[in-house]
Design a protein around this ligand. Sequence first.
Ligand code: GH3
Ligand code: MG
Ligand code: MG
Ligand code: MG
Length: 298
Amino acid sequence: MIQRQTILLVDDEIHHLKVLIKAFLNDYRVLFARSGDEALQLVQQDAPDLIVLDVMMPEMDGYRLLELLRRDAALRQVPVIFLTGRDTEADERRGLEMGAVDYWTKPVSIDIARIRARNHLELKRHRDLLAKLAITDPLCNIANRRGFEDYLAREWRCAARAGQPVSLLMIDIDFFKAFNDHYGHPAGDQCLRQVAALIGSALSRPADLAARYGGEEFVCVLPETAAEGALVLANRVRDAVANSALMHGDSPLGERLTISLGVATLKPSTANEPADLIERADRALYDAKKAGRDRIAV
Ligand code: GH3
Ligand code: MG
Ligand code: MG
Ligand code: MG
């Protein structure tokens, strides 16, 4: 099902607002605000897909509000349409140059406003979809390597500010080449999907992220998690795979599918970076492999 998109309507004059609300209520989720301040509060709770913004309002005007939105990384992408009585070419140029996607002058034709809004929302939907695809692994439907790296960079900065550690699990399926050779590539793909789902279900906090790092390797980012906590999570992931029905009939370790895990923890500082955490987890994984696989190394 396609989710309803959200429009935020901002105008200090109630009768203008009422006309707009009526125009969009049937097709969209409609939020409205009668001042810039009120609008700012709303968008912080719930980023809309489109904002129709009156220019002339007491206290904070539309220009100022757009400026504030553009400073916020999470709100920068929200398309804004100016709606105003100021209809000179200079006014329109200013609004468009500030980054408004459209400029409507009052009185606005409701029919035209609906069509224009629909077109902008269509673009927004496509852009959101592309942004999501860019960070999603299509086989396993979890974050891909780019999604992982973006997420780790963001959480790294938060952890640096908060003085908190970040932990990383690096996970690799044991003898997966033999699995493919034994069961065939489609079964290998299915196995990767199942392992991804098991890893995801072993994570507990909303801030924990599971991603496919590449091939048959997965990573888990565990923000605000110290070494002991990371080890608990690593054991939970290992148990989830061990207790699943996943078999590996050609594994030198026995009948069951097994994984090896590397665990690393770092507190962000001026002397380190996310790549150091990845390198440590990778080295730990290598140790787990060398020590015989089907185990966790730190
Ligand atoms: P080790 O225990 O040392 O990790 O051995 P391994 O066989 O798992 O490691 P290796 O790196 O030699 O092989 C990884 C295998 O993963 C080879 C490759 O065909 C398979 N693989 C990588 N990506 C995919 C995929 O998307 N689908 C399937 N079916 N297999 C994949
Ligand atoms: Mg006004
Ligand atoms: Mg590998
Ligand atoms: Mg492997």
